[in-house]
Design a binder for this molecule. Structure first.
Ligand code: PHE
Length: 451
């Protein structure tokens, strides 16, 4: 019998685990900052409702109806056709994301460790205290050759250990424990941050949209962020959908997952922007990686017990990262188990061990190993850009095309309504979006660099 999640709560925890990740914590605040604050948030929320939730429901239904991995499900729903190639693109995309994502998750583990030991808070010789010192630490932890590789490898081993446990005893059980922990930690952080002096200015920046800053670029970036954050476009949700029992209501499930995912992104904004305003940190301090690895440690030094806050914060990042990387790994593992009839053990090692080499290459490419660059971009940035700007939107577009041409038009209605037993307008609205709105908007993102 096909493996299924054991409970509705476990199913939600696992899927939220996939969605909530470094995308919410590391990428979202930086994207918000670069794209005009509140305006970006507003467009992002619209994208989630208009495209994100319907596309999640669509991916779930392909997996649940196919009842097998992300390649096999296309095969089963459209036998004798080449649509399964969409699943293969998903596998490629999942490796592309995993290879740089695992490196960043290694950094979070290293920062957790260095916060616990207190090394992160020791003054580096020869540089000024404060941000200069944290920058020097970042160079040491992230930009040296072997250090980050060691922590990436540890993260990989943790992933393998969870994935060996399988869907119920590995993925679901770990999500049931880690997700509530993550929410708790983030709520505590938001309360601390909101009680800092001048916090309200940061909140205003984050929540009050300045409509004049909405440009086509902002819309495109918000859409890209929504796909990445909701784990769309590479087969992860098809794979998890194949573990859904037949009676699961796809609409409410997708809504719950998307709302919780959005909640984490918003909590992150409420943590970061008040803190940055309150301590008068500059714009430069807000840029991507610096934000998490330099600015926040500096913020912690202004609080009592910085090492404790810092350890808890980086622990929550590790937690968020792990439940996302296991979902990415599971895409290939389920293919190896279902299609190639491998045992879970063999499949897990076969899928995850090669990743070490890819991640190592990504990590080394950041430290200036020149041969590891493509088109003037280091491998890490290349994989990041390739996946978010091309592979994920392209994967989602192909899913839309498949649902219009590869299966009967009623397929979605039937799946969304569990064979006509759930009558709800949102099912029709979601199917309409998948058939008529999503493909055009996604096409627009894909061709936008050419315009
Ligand atoms: N959604 C995850 C995050 O926000 C990343 C991810 C993308 C996971 C695609 C699985 C599939 O960090």
């Amino acid at each position: 019998m096909k493996t299924e999640f054991s409970s509705r709560l476990g199913l939600i925890a696992a899927t939220v685990g996939s969605a909530v990740g470094l995308g919410n914590i590391w990428r979202f605040p930086a994207e918000t900052q670069e794209n005009g604050g509140g305006a970006f948030l507003l467009v992002y929320i619209i994208c989630v409702f208009l495209l994100g939730i319907p596309m999640m429901m669509a991916e779930f239904s392909i997996g649940r109806a196919g009842r097998t991995d992300a390649v096999g499900s296309f095969h089963r729903l459209a036998p004798g056709k080449k649509w399964w190639l969409i699943g293969i693109i998903g596998i490629v995309a999942s490796y592309t994301v995993l290879s740089f994502y695992m490196v960043v998750s290694g950094w979070t583990l290293e920062y957790f460790f260095q916060s616990l030991t207190g090394n992160l808070y020791t003054q580096v010789d020869g540089v000024a205290a404060g941000s200069e010192s944290f920058k020097a630490h970042m160079n040491d932890y992230v930009l040296t050759d072997w250090n980050p590789i060691l922590f990436t490898a540890i993260m990989l081993v943790i992933n393998i250990a969870i994935l060996l446990g399988g869907v119920r005893k590995g993925i679901e059980r770990i999500a049931n424990i880690l997700m509530p922990l993550l929410f708790l930690l983030l709520i505590v952080f938001a309360v601390v941050s909101l009680s800092l002096p001048n916090a309200s200015q940061g909140v205003e920046y984050f929540l009050a949209p300045d409509f004049s800053s909405i440009t086509p670029r902002v819309v495109i970036n918000a859409l890209g962020q929504a796909f990445f954050s909701l784990s769309l476009g590479l087969g992860a949700l098809i794979t998890y959908g194949s573990y859904f029992p037949a009676k699961v209501k796809l609409g409410p499930t997708a809504c719950t997952v998307a709302l919780l995912d959005m909640l984490v992104a918003i909590l992150m904004g409420l943590i970061i922007f008040p803190a940055v305003v309150s301590f008068n940190l500059t714009d430069e301090a807000m840029a991507g990686t610096t934000l998490i690895f330099v600015t926040l440690p500096e913020v912690f030094t202004h609080l009592p017990l910085p090492r404790l806050w810092s350890s808890l914060f980086f622990l929550s990042l590790c937690v968020a990262a792990i439940t996302s990387t296991v979902s990415l790994g599971e895409v290939t593992i389920s293919l190896l188990i279902d299609r190639f009839k491998m045992k879970r053990r063999t499949a897990t090692f076969a899928a995850m061990v090669p990743l070490f080499i890819l991640s190592m290459a990504c990590s080394l490419s950041m430290t200036g190993v020149d041969r590891l660059s493509i088109g003037g971009m280091n491998l890490f940035d290349f994989f990041d850009n390739l996946s978010t700007n091309i592979l994920l939107p392209a994967g989602t577009l192909l899913v839309c095309i498949f649902l219009r041409l590869g299966v009967p038009r009623e397929f979605l209605q039937r799946e969304f309504s569990n064979n006509g037993t759930i009558k709800a307008v949102y099912n029709r609205a979601a199917a309409f979006s998948v058939h008529y709105i999503a493909p055009w908007l996604i096409l627009l993102i894909l061709i936008s660099p050419l315009l």
